[in-house]
Design a protein around this ligand. Structure first.
Ligand SMILES: [Zn+2]
Length: 347
């Protein structure tokens, strides 16, 4: 019996939620409006997902752990007077996810305002600003919730920010989107950019980044940072789906973006299945974790391109797809997976 159990290989899956305020497209504007922002996704979507997940756990006899990335940064301080305000504003929700043993992680955004908080843009150059945002953001987080795992806002990194997180003792960063790059979107009001990131050429498996460039794996111990990069599992669409997407982009006058897509667990099962299939084709899924993402506000939707019911469908789909290739899906905490990977990589 024991040996049979040992033979049952596990496929680690990391479910990563960026707990941001509601974006306009998703906002139902019923939540409390604090500093002009609403947090309906966190206040209503997140608890509902936990309820729905508990049902699935009971039905399927599985345990699902989530990784929740909370904001603590200069923008929170400017609006609420406390860098780590989100860690303190919802004690019941934080206590509930801590009790589930979910990962409570950190999602710092480098938002900056030049006009007293009327408009905001993404800081990508000013090292002093980035340093204060990250250091003060980290230090403000309550001791009980001190994070060891990070996903940055807009998945942005440069050599400086990665080094900063490493210096703060962060064990793992999950911001890399292999193959995805964007020069950003111009905000019509500020004429400044947001969503700037560049992960061209970065490895699509865990690696220790080079001090010189977070997109590159360090070649030697002296060249490397002591932070493990666990990339998000970006994927390419099957040809037929790619053609449909391209046609839709053209129709909507959208620029056809990168060849790689981000694996959203809130998106339709057909897309999530493509992400799963790509991961299984390319990797030993017992060794390389599947890292998928979503935003809290997407949980407010009952149908459409992103929705709460899709999460439950996709969790079941992941369990079934893993089982079909002889693996047991395990929805894990990122810090636990990072520990295991570190040990395996040091050997
Ligand atoms: Zn974000």
């Amino acid at each position: 019996m024991m040996s049979l159990l040992k033979m049952q290989k596990v496929a680690p899956i990391l479910l990563c939620c960026d707990v941001d305020p509601d974006r306009e497209a998703f906002s139902t504007a019923r939540g409390s409006r604090k500093g002009g922002l609403t947090w309906d996704g966190l206040e209503r979507g997140l608890p509902r997902l936990l309820d729905e997940t508990a049902k699935l756990e009971g039905e399927r006899g599985i345990a699902v752990y989530f990784n929740w990335f909370f904001r603590s940064d200069t923008q929170m301080e400017r609006i609420y007077g406390d860098f780590a305000w989100p860690y303190r504003a919802w004690p019941d929700i934080l206590a509930r996810i801590a009790k589930r043993d979910d990962e409570i992680a950190w999602h710092p955004h480098l938002w900056r305002s030049d006009d007293d908080g009327i408009s905001w843009f993404q800081e990508t150059d000013d090292l002093e600003y980035m340093d204060a945002c990250l250091r003060k953001g980290f230090e403000a987080i309550p001791e009980d919730y001190r994070p060891s795992v990070v996903r940055t806002g807009w998945d942005f990194h440069n050599a400086f920010t990665m080094r900063c997180l490493s210096d703060l003792g962060i064990a793992a960063d999950l911001s890399a989107l292999p193959g995805v790059a964007s020069e950003g979107i111009l905000d019509p009001k500020t004429r400044r950019r947001i969503a700037v990131r560049n992960w061209t050429g970065s490895p699509d498996r865990p690696y220790f980044p080079s001090k010189m460039d977070p997109r590159k794996e360090a070649k030697s111990r002296t060249e490397r940072l002591d932070i493990l990069e666990i990339p998000v599992s970006t994927y390419t669409l099957p040809t037929a789906m790619k053609l449909v997407k391209r046609a839709r982009d053209r129709m909507k006058g959208r620029q056809s973006g990168s060849k790689f897509s981000e694996p959203y667990i809130t998106k339709m099962p057909a897309l999530f299945k493509a992400a799963l299939d790509y991961h299984f084709r390319r990797h030993d899924a017992a060794r390389i974790p599947l890292v998928v993402e979503f935003h809290a506000d997407e949980l407010l939707q009952d149908s459409g391109a992103y929705s709460m019911p899709n999460v439950i469908r996709n969790l079941a789909l992941a369990v079934d797809s893993c089982s079909r290739i002889g693996l047991t899906a395990r929805f894990e905490r990122a810090s636990v997976v990072a520990d295991g990977l570190r040990r395996a990589m040091e050997d």
